[in-house]
Design a protein around this ligand. Sequence first.
Ligand SMILES: *[C@@H]1O[C@H](CO)[C@@H](O)[C@H](O)[C@H]1NC(C)=O
Ligand SMILES: *[C@@H]1O[C@H](CO)[C@@H](O)[C@H](O)[C@H]1NC(C)=O
Ligand SMILES: *[C@@H]1O[C@H](CO)[C@@H](O)[C@H](O)[C@H]1NC(C)=O
Length: 502
Amino acid sequence: MVLRCAQTIPAVVLLILAIVGILLVVLPTEEMKQHPQNMYGIVLDAGSSHTSMYIYKWPADKQNGTGIVTQHDECHAKGGGISSYAGIRGGAAKSLEACLEQAVKVIPKSRHHQTPLCLGATAGMRLLNIVNATESQQILKEVEKKLRSYPFKFKEAIILSGQAEGAYGWVTVNYLLEHFVKYGFVGQWLNPGRETVGALDLGGASTQITFETSEKVENESNMMELKLYGQIYRLYTQSFLCYGQDQFLRKLLAHLIETQGVKPQVFHPCYPRQFNTSIKLGQDVFDSVCTKNYRPAQFDPHMTVTVVGTGDYRSCLDSVRKMFSFGSCPYSKCSFDGVFQPSLRGSFMAFSAFYFTHSYITRLTNIPITSPNQTEEAIQLICNMTMSEMMEKTKQSEKYVKNVCAVSSFVQVLLTQGYHFDEASLPSISFQKKAGGASVGWALGYMLNLSNLVPAESLGLMKALPSGPWAGILFLFVALLFIALGYLLMIYRNTKAREDMV
Ligand SMILES: *[C@@H]1O[C@H](CO)[C@@H](O)[C@H](O)[C@H]1NC(C)=O
Ligand SMILES: *[C@@H]1O[C@H](CO)[C@@H](O)[C@H](O)[C@H]1NC(C)=O
Ligand SMILES: *[C@@H]1O[C@H](CO)[C@@H](O)[C@H](O)[C@H]1NC(C)=O
């Protein structure tokens, strides 16, 4: 009996060790999370059409894992984007007050002075910066002064480059999906060996595409190398200025006016039949860098024009296609407008206005968008609907619904003809607004970077394992499990045999 115990103990110890080892390697990070005191961070996303504020939180003692930073609160500032306050002293700063007051309330007072606060402006300010750099700097200065007047740790108020915006969106997507690392043994990061997901962002004034590639990036300005958790990611990223939905709609109107001539009435094939609306030539069409090339030699910016809808899908699609240039390509391959793009790889997440457009299409038609043909069928249905039909089905006002046919057609052309998504790759796009309770956008990636919440370098303690060794360690523990079980079985058999002999 004594002999049997002495034999069994090492085997049982081995067995427990193997099970614990396997659990440590395989369990997702959530199971290991604790929630002591939280840290907070604030990002103001100053877009072209409006400003949103996101407040993030994470446990104070654990900072470097994926899925550890979560969204605590959000706020959408009333009024337009900060660039719309050009020439209105103090307007942009004032527009942020309500959201900042909300931040003061929802973040515990004891944490205020440690909470980083930053503002990133995107394509709306990039455009203003082209038109009048003095004015855009003036707005940023005013906004910075306002942000500094709050008890938080002010970091910066800047205009993000298109590449940065694309890359931060990609970081956000993959951080939320926990595609970077897994928390393994205490203090050790493991690469889960999963492919990263590409990011598709559609704003008001620009659109971004970002994905990992192993191909040669022929234009250096499209190349981004990120080192996260000790792993190097080679990204292709491109931001198309003036291809955000608002600027695109402006360009489309400008093109229609240019081809039909400056008249009191202009026909719009993408507006619902029998619908009409009036616009001012300056303010609504030509007062933008994006419509510069369509500007007639002479026109009165105050002239009012009635835009009359004809609801004609074919003609709408034709006009939309004319907004892209699919002709010359100075590289081995291009998306459009002579911009280099390597072959699409892996799956994608499409967010912001891509999500809203997709949601309108499915709500209006109940057709799932999984192939180019289905997309075309759905959009054709939408472009044939009357205004009242669309308003009834979406429960949205005229203001939003009138552009659904135009924007859907734009998204269709952009994804299929522009980026070359096809029968096989289109279904790999998932349209999402939120993931893991956080809004998908560039804001989270920006904050992770600014607050050093994602270790950029491989540290001795947090060595990222490539997927090979990860599988190797798992294999070793599984082997150990079988050896322990085999050993126990052997002891059991031996004892049984001895007892039988007695
Ligand atoms: C640019 O904006 C400044 C005010 O910030 C104004 O004084 C100046 O006239 C503007 N320049 C142009 C070219 O519009
Ligand atoms: C515009 O719509 C109104 C009704 O909303 C209608 O009375 C008017 O005749 C329309 N104008 C044109 C040019 O179709
Ligand atoms: C997180 O990583 C940074 C380096 O990027 C390091 O300085 C910091 O100590 C790490 N924090 C924790 C809690 O491990």
